[in-house]
Design a protein around this ligand. Structure first.
Ligand code: C5P
Length: 227
């Protein structure tokens, strides 16, 4: 069996990371959540007050990029990788709604993308990897053997995200989550650098009416055809 690269892109809250993790486990591949990397840079910037009331202090963020170190560390309890920002485990903090509110503004910055894409390419240079994000099939690994593009209606995605955040104890409204999901789609799809697009050779999966198991089975069988 030859190791391949599996690129999973798509809209926010389509369950990309859940299926990507399942797939990596089944194939004994490495899993990389690239959204987590953009979230970590966002958290770092927020902690330095470089994002306030919708204003982004680009100069400070760009100048500080060499001091931002992003790594992944295996979490044996979850069986997945946690994000480590300058030595600190920030896995929980980066998932908060306040980070989601700003992450797409940070992910638009060319210098941020260049830095993270470089790390992502390196992580996949041995193949045997499942990577999820927005530009994996189009920019990071245009030569990926399997490209999946996941989508679902905004309402369904917001419902899933809302219950996830509620389970974690966040005090939020469904309307705010829906607005965030739609706002991120809008910024991600319309930015100049690496917009969220479906590559021509990507297989589109609308999971509005698919169970997690059905979706996983479908993608696993596509992967097995390539291996
Ligand atoms: O995947 P997740 O929803 O956690 O990603 C958070 C945000 O990071 C996205 O809304 C998008 O703005 C940005 N992102 C990106 N490119 C990627 C992964 C994520 O621009 N490859």
């Amino acid at each position: 069996m030859k190791p391949i690269v599996i690129a999973i892109d798509g809209h926010s809250s389509t369950g990309k990371s859940t299926v990507a993790k399942q797939l990596a486990k089944a194939l004994e591949y490495k899993y990389v959540d690239t959204g987590a990397m953009y979230r970590a840079v966002t958290l770092y910037s927020m902690r330095h007050n470089w994002i306030e009331e919708g204003n982004v202090d680009m100069a400070h963020i760009i100048n500080s990029l060499p001091s931002i170190d992003i790594n992944f560390e295996y979490n044996p309890e979850e069986g997945t990788n946690d994000v480590i920002l300058n030595g600190e485990n920030v896995e929980q903090e980066i998932r908060a709604m306040k980070v989601s509110e700003h992450v797409s503004s940070i992910a638009k910055i060319d210098e941020v993308r260049n830095k993270l894409v470089q790390i992502q390419k390196k992580l996949g240079d041995q193949k045997g990897i499942v990577m999820d994000g927005r530009d994996i099939g189009s920019v990071v690994f245009p030569e990926a053997e399997l490209k999946i593009f996941m989508t679902a209606s905004a309402e369904i995605r917001a419902k899933r995200r809302y219950s996830e955040l509620k389970d974690k104890g966040e005090d939020i409204s469904f309307e705010d989550v829906l607005e965030n999901v739609e706002h991120r789609d809008q910024i991600d799809s319309n930015r100049k650098n690496s917009p969220l697009i479906q590559s021509e050779d990507a297989i589109k999966i609308d999971n509005s009416n698919l169970s997690q198991q059905e979706q996983f089975d479908k993608i696993l069988s596509l992967a097995k055809q390539k291996i």
